[in-house]
Each structure stands twice: as structure tokens, then as C-alpha cells.
Design a protein around this ligand. Structure first.
Ligand code: TRP
Length: 331
């Protein structure tokens, strides 16, 4: 069975866009592949979080992924920092990662531009750590978005370089992979592009948002003054609301409002009220699970321990082989 690895950023709550896109993809994959999903808490150290923030963020991310349907009995879900073999492979790979190629990475250049006072070595070697995460389990499939394509290419470079240096084919090449051809894209509420937490306050609806917060955010969504001509094309901010409705509401509801729009009788206040209600209903089971799991420290501990054991089994095998290949041998 092919192996899938994906790293989950350890900051930020899940929003509707994550849920209907990447997460549902993960949930499907766990039935068909040998999946490792880990929380990238080592990567998060590049920004120097406080100990309390680090732990709180990791905990929340773990809770939300479990609530959203990642099954720890099917997939291996673990914390990157619980698998020290990651750091060891990172060290080995760093010996064959060159300054020039690391400096050329787009993500590195972006970070340098954004935070010129914190250009640390961890930031520079971020793609090496990511390569270690992936090839530690000798994975071939990596479910990531377009923004990670360059990092994956670097992971292939580092894997191939190791193979060439030691004249073997130990590491397979990892490739970006998505289960469904077209992932569901949920637009944001700001009348522009897709839902994202960095697009500004109120643009994203989080799975942990209360019904009141959901309603407030939806009521504030950008709209226009309404159609003046029958069957006219919807402007992007209106189309966005309909796109969300398509995912969370019934077909009847969608058609009802689509007809009102096409006959110029739509009242956006009504549409938003309905949309907020349907988002609340669609996300209610997850919100409940987030609460339940968050209050169940024993369960979280058990999941993390179980995940660490499974991940280390796979990682230790790789490290044993890699040490042998490199020439670290027992006397
Ligand atoms: N860089 C990824 C992101 O920002 C997170 C990540 C770290 C990752 N290690 C990984 C993704 C390994 C896939 C595989 O989203």
C-alpha cells in the first residue's frame, strides 16, 4: 500500500474552507492509503512561540482534526516533536542541502521580506525539515496545496541526492497528490477570493465559531444593491454566497434563492439568515465533537501516545537503514 504523509500547520483554527477541501480529502485517504498526518510543531519554532502558545495551538489543532474525522485507528496522527528520528534525518539531509538552493526558495524569500529581523537557520532549512518529514516514512504521496509545490520539488531533490551519493534507491520520490480531482473551494465572506484566515477579520468561518459568531460574520458579508435585470450574471461577492450555500444548504433552498435572484426579488438579509442557519446546522456535529474532545484530556493523551508509537516504528526502521547506508555501523 502506498504511503501518504502530510504536515499540518500547528497554528490557526480550521475554517469551512479547510474542512470541505483538505480535511475531507484526508478523511477519504485514510481508508485507502497508509497515512501519516502530523502536526508540524517543530516547524512552528521558526517564529518563536511562547511555550503556552505552542502547546495551546498544537492541542487545538489536534482536537479539531480529530473532530473533523481523522480517525486515529486508521491514520497515524502524531506530533512531529514526538518523533526525534525526524530531527536526526533532518541533520543528515542538511549535510547535502546547499545554501544557494535554500536561499532561492520562494517561501524563504517571502519570509525574509516579511520578517527581516528574524532570518534564522531554521527558516532557511525549513524545506529540509519538510523533506525529512516525508521521506522518513518513505512516502510517495503528499496531499498539499499549490503553495507547497516548490517544497516538494526540493524534497525530491534531497531524496535523489541521498540515493545518488550512496549509490542506491532507498528513498522513493514524493509527489503532490489530491484524492479528488477538483477540491471543493469555499470562498470567503469579503467578496473576493477563497476563504482564508489571513484575509482579514470576518472573512473566514471557523469550525469552532459559535452560532452567534457565525450569524454575525455572515450578516456582515459583502453584498451589492441587488440585481436590476432578470437572469443577470451574479457579481463575485454574491456568487460567493451562493457557492457556500451550494455546499451547506439543501438543493431546494439553493434553488429558491437562485430563483429570487433571477427574478430580481431577492432580499440579501433573508439569504444571509438562511445561509447562517445552514452553516450552523452543517457544522453543529463538529462543533460538538470539538467541545467533547477538548474536554477529554485522557483521550487526547492516548491518541498522541498511540500516534507517536506508530510513527516511531516506521521512523526507526528508516533511521536504522539510513545509518547503515551512511556508514554508522556497530562494532
Ligand atoms: N509546509 C507545509 C505547510 O506550510 C507543512 C508541512 C511541514 C508539510 N512538513 C510537511 C506538508 C510534510 C506536507 C508534508 O502547509
Amino acid at each position: 500500500m502506498e504511503t501518504v504523509v502530510s504536515g499540518i500547520r500547528s497554528t490557526g483554527n480550521l475554517h469551512l474552507g479547510n474542512y470541505y477541501g483538505a480535511i475531507q480529502n484526508f478523511v477519504k485517504m485514510q481508508h485507502q492509503y497508509n497515512c501519516y498526518f502530523f502536526i508540524a510543531d517543530l516547524h512552528s519554532l521558526t517564529t518563536h512561540p511562547t511555550p503556552a502558545d505552542l502547546h495551546g495551538n498544537v492541542r487545538q489543532v489536534l482536537v479539531e482534526y480529530l473532530a473533523a474525522g481523522i480517525d486515529p485507528e486508521r491514520a497515524t496522527i502524531y506530533l512531529q516533536s514526538d518523533v526525534p528520528e525526524t530531527a536526526e534525518l533532518y541533520l543528515f539531509l542538511n549535510m547535502n542541502a546547499y545554501l544557494g538552493e535554500l536561499e532561492r526558495a520562494t517561501s524563504f524569500k517571502d519570509k525574509v521580506r516579511a520578517n527581516p529581523d528574524n532570518v534564522n537557520a531554521g527558516l532557511l532549512t525549513y524545506p529540509v525539515l519538510m523533506a525529512a518529514d516525508i521521506i522518513l516514512h518513505r512516502a510517495t504521496k503528499v496531499p498539499v496545496g499549490k503553495d507547497q509545490e516548490q517544497h516538494l520539488e526540493m524534497a525530491r531533490t534531497f531524496a535523489n541526492r541521498f540515493n545518488r551519493l550512496y549509490n542506491n534507491e532507498y528513498f522513493p520520490e514524493p509527489y503532490a497528490f489530491n484524492f479528488s480531482e477538483n477540491l471543493v473551494k469555499i470562498p470567503g465572506l469579503d467578496g473576493k477570493g477563497k476563504m482564508g484566515k489571513s484575509e482579514g477579520e470576518g472573512n473566514a468561518i471557523f469550525l469552532s465559531d459559535s452560532p452567534e459568531v457565525i450569524r454575525k460574520k455572515v450578516m456582515k458579508a459583502v453584498t451589492d444593491s441587488g440585481p436590476t435585470e432578470e437572469n443577470s450574471e451574479k457579481p463575485v461577492e454574491i456568487q460567493n454566497l451562493f457557492d457556500i450555500m451550494k455546499v451547506v444548504s439543501s438543493a431546494d433552498t439553493y434553488e429558491h434563492f437562485d430563483n429570487l435572484y433571477n427574478t430580481c426579488q431577492i432580499r440579501y438579509g433573508d439569504l444571509k439568515k438562511q445561509l447562517a442557519e445552514d452553516i450552523t446546522i452543517a457544522t453543529a456535529p463538529i462543533r460538538e465533537k470539538i467541545n467533547d474532545i477538548s474536554n477529554d484530556a485522557a483521550y487526547l493523551r492516548q491518541v498522541a501516545r498511540h500516534g507517536a508509537i506508530k510513527a516511531r516504528e516506521s521512523a526507526q526502521k528508516t533511521i536504522r537503514d539510513v545509518r547503515e547506508i551512511i556508514g554508522f555501523r556497530n562494532f
